[in-house]
Design a protein around this ligand. Structure first.
Ligand code: NDP
Length: 273
């Protein structure tokens, strides 16, 4: 019998998640159905309840519902609790709604495994303080960086995030208009949505002096504005978020099925697409 998975979002039609999960399922000869389900802020709660009460086994949640999904859960993984955002939902044996956040695992696995980029002892600058940064901060901190700075256009949001993680790590903060890091960043992560409108969240090329990796969480068919900016100022590795997308999906698949799919063929396929 086929297992039923889905992605809730708005918009959702562009998503590659069904393709990724079908690939994972085929690796184990598992029959799955993975649907894209458009929801609305008014209906999201009822839509999720309906999905699980009609045989749903697990669902992913994307923009703009990750915080709504967090609020719905009976049980949260430590990562989801810390992020206050959920992208993976399932029912446990007692039919309690459980929430997990695999975005940070996705980023870290992509950096470490696919791009052989260590986070340990590196100075990391994360630009942006929205939902994605909430998801990646905990996993980045867990890999023992030398420092982490969160820079945001709206400075108060960076401060708020740093306060929420203060018991784990001293996260430095600054505004994107005056970037101030403890040392020159080795890794710069663009976790803003600026690339979606072909904008740059920062323009100070001096930031890149010692930087070996610039990573844009956004992705498109062509290199994003941030990736082009990084490459043009000499950054050795300028990466987009396709690998993170694949790795976060793999971690969600494992959460539901307890099976660990191979991601390498998809990473290769998406890199050359
Ligand atoms: P949010 O809407 O929660 O946050 C957006 C962030 O971007 C805020 O910090 C905002 O600053 C900042 N921002 C937006 N426009 C600009 C700009 N022109 N200049 C500077 N800063 C700007 O979005 P998310 O955090 O959910 O997503 C961020 C990005 O990450 C998106 O591109 C998304 O597609 C990508 N993503 C990729 C994933 C993957 O698997 N590859 C997974 C999750 C997200 P302010 O607070 O001042 O408004």
């Amino acid at each position: 019998m086929s297992q039923n998975f889905a992605l809730f979002g708005n918009p959702v039609s562009h998503s590659k998640s069904p393709y990724l999960h079908q690939n994972f399922a085929q690796q184990f000869d598992l029959a799955i159905d993975y649907r894209k389900l458009l929801s609305t802020p008014e209906n999201f709660k009822a839509d999720v309840r309906d999905f699980f009460s009609t045989g749903g086994d697990g669902c992913n949640v994307t923009v703009p519902f990750k915080e709504d999904a967090f609020a719905l859960c009976d049980i949260l993984s430590p990562m989801a609790a810390r992020a206050r955002a959920v992208n993976t939902l399932y029912l446990n044996a007692e039919k309690k709604l459980c929430g997990h956040n695999t975005d940070g695992i996705g980023l870290v696995n992509d950096l470490l495994n696919n791009h052989k980029t260590d986070i340990a002892n590196r100075h990391v600058l994360i630009i942006g303080a929205g939902g994605a940064t909430r998801g990646i901060l905990g996993p980045v901190i867990a890999h023992n960086p030398a420092s982490v700075t969160v820079a945001n256009r709206t400075y108060a949001k960076a401060q708020q995030l740093a306060a929420e993680f203060a018991d784990l790590f001293q996260v430095h903060t600054c505004s994107t208009s005056t970037i101030d890091t403890p040392d020159k960043p080795d890794i710069i992560i663009n976790a803003t949505s600026a690339s979606l409108s072909a904008e740059l969240p920062v323009t100070d090329a001096l930031l890149i002096t010692d930087c070996t990796v610039c990573y844009d969480l956004a992705y498109a068919n062509e290199p994003t504005a941030f990736m082009q900016w990084a490459s043009s100022h000499g950054c050795a590795k300028s990466l987009d978020g396709k690998g993170m997308l694949i790795e976060q999906a793999a971690a969600a698949f494992t959460t539901w099925t307890k099976l660990t799919p191979t991601t390498a063929p998809l990473i290769l396929e998406f890199a050359s697409a």
